[in-house]
Design a protein around this ligand. Structure first.
Ligand code: ADP
Length: 470
């Protein structure tokens, strides 16, 4: 502001001198005649008076200019200070200068500009907060690359998926972060503003994962270069489920083929003339009947499994009395139980469990059916129930052939059998325990298997008591 003050001073002083010169020039010509005469007439004191008056005029001008100049510079300084505060990021910056002159108008414009800046900054920070919240809550991993293929933005999910320890990804290339040549080529193509592409990649650290990546140019169609958005999705579970489903379909068809082949074979032999020998015909018809039973069991088990798994089984969670349930199941197996010794160990006074009566009956039926199948005749089978904290442990124990340790982890998988031929010959579908597992999961319960080869097996179901939150 000193500059302005100096300029004003020089301007005013210059004008003042110019005035003096013009006046002197105008007066000089006539003054030539009367000035000597006048000076002769004036006393020495009067000359000094004149000179002092001239000096006083000069000093007064200087003071006036200084005063006016400093008033202006002060106001301009205030405006400059406000602008500096705003540019330093102090959003409350405001100048309180009044006045209708140009400086007042400038101050008013600065205030308006500051208010509009405040609004814009507020909006920008709200937008960026919104973007950050969206990015950090997304399950998909997001990375944005600039037109040179360098990272400008990432979200936590991307870091988790790609398991990189480096905190700062900004400025790094995709090759540094992901190390996948094919993905890199696709990102480079997208950098040229070309089409949207898809890519699948496997990660191995810290666990094996299958990721699908969508690579999207940010300004598609624009000539030259563009930024690239890459969205990663973890499709490990999805792919695994697809595989399980495909395996299941293949297994079901395979399991169906065996009884169907037998039925067709024996029916054809009968048609070829075997029906004439009554004894043979009866034997064959019995086999056909048994195989069709097996086919029926298989279809029923597959349907039940898919219903529970997809949540389509109309489950009704009600209080179920365990003693009554045990009786019901034993009744349905009465004709088969006569070959074994049965023990019932249901503790008296048990609270009811929270469950679907039909599904729980099915689970107990499957367990007892297995004990009957895999325990030699006259072996011992126990059905019991005890309270354990918030659950009732319902267990089926036998002293049968037991399950080898190596097989115990897989025993609840679909179609897994320790001895395939044995299970088949006993009419097993290989789905019994898989169904039990799904029923227990649908009840928010858990399963426990204890078994020793050659000594016996105990399977326990922990089902929550009723009411559920007790
Ligand atoms: P399956 O229809 O073959 O019985 P499950 O799913 O019910 O199918 O059982 C899977 C396999 O687990 C059986 O094939 C059998 O090898 C083994 N298993 C199940 N329960 C018992 C048990 N109580 N004792 C011995 N082995 C058993």
């Amino acid at each position: 502001m000193k500059g302005i003050r100096r300029t004003l001073l020089l301007t005013y002083f210059g004008l003042y001198l110019l005035n003096l010169l013009v006046l002197a020039a105008i007066l000089f010509y006539p003054a030539r005649y009367f000035l000597p005469e006048m000076l002769r007439r004036l006393g020495e004191g009067q000359v000094w008076l004149l000179l002092s008056a001239a000096l006083a005029a000069v000093v007064t001008t200087l003071l006036v200019v200084r005063k006016v100049g400093s008033g202006m510079t002060e106001r301009l300084s205030q405006i400059a200070e406000t602008v500096e505060r705003i540019s330093a990021g102090e959003m409350t910056g405001h100048t309180y200068l009044g006045g209708r002159d140009e400086i007042g108008q400038v101050a008013e414009a600065v205030n308006r500009m500051a208010a509009s800046l405040r609004e814009q900054v507020k909006e920008i920070s709200a937008n960026s907060n919104r973007l950050e919240t969206i990015l950090s809550t997304m399950v998909e991993g997001v990375i944005v690359f600039n037109e040179e293929g360098r990272t400008v933005l990432t979200n936590p999910a991307a870091k988790k998926m790609l398991s990189k320890r480096e905190e700062n990804w900004v400025g790094r290339s995709d090759l540094e972060l992901i190390r996948n040549a094919e993905l890199h080529d696709k990102i480079m193509i997208a950098c040229l503003g070309k089409r949207v592409q898809e890519h699948e990649l496997k990660t191995v650290f810290p666990e094996e994962k299958l990721l699908s990546a969508s690579i999207v140019p940010l300004k598609p169609g624009e000539p030259g270069k563009s930024g690239v958005l890459v969205v990663f999705r973890d499709i490990t579970r999805l792919r695994r489920l697809e595989e399980i489903r495909a395996d299941f379909a293949a297994n079901v068809s395979h399991e169906m083929r065996t009884p169907l082949t037998a039925i067709r074979g024996y029916a054809e032999t009968l048609l070829d003339g075997a029906y004439r020998d009554t004894e043979t015909a009866v034997r064959f018809l019995k086999i056909i009947h048994r195989e069709s039973e097996r086919l029926n069991n298989l279809i029923e088990d597959v349907l039940m499994l898919s219903q529970i798994e997809s949540g389509r089984a109309d489950m009704e969670l009600v209080p179920v009395n365990v003693a009554g349930l045990a009786e019901e199941v034993l009744e349905s197996l009465l004709d088969r139980l006569s070959t074994h010794k049965l023990k019932l160990e249901v503790s008296p006074g048990l609270p009811p469990v929270t469950g679907d009566r039909g599904l729980l009956r099915q689970a107990l039926f499957n367990l007892l059916d297995n004990s009957l199948k895999y325990t030699p005749a006259y072996g011992e089978i126990t059905l019991g129930a005890v309270r354990e904290e918030h659950s009732i442990r319902i267990y089926v124990a036998d002293n049968g052939i037991g399950i080898p340790l190596a097989a115990q982890a897989r025993i609840f998988e679909r179609f897994y059998r320790v001895d395939r031929a044995r299970s088949r010959s006993l009419g097993g579908t290989g789905l019994g325990l898989a169904i039990v597992k799904h029923i227990v999961e649908a009840h928010h319960g858990r399963l426990k298997l204890e078994s020793k080869e050659g000594q016996g097996t105990t399977v326990s179901l922990y089902i929550p008591v009723y009411p559920p939150d007790r």
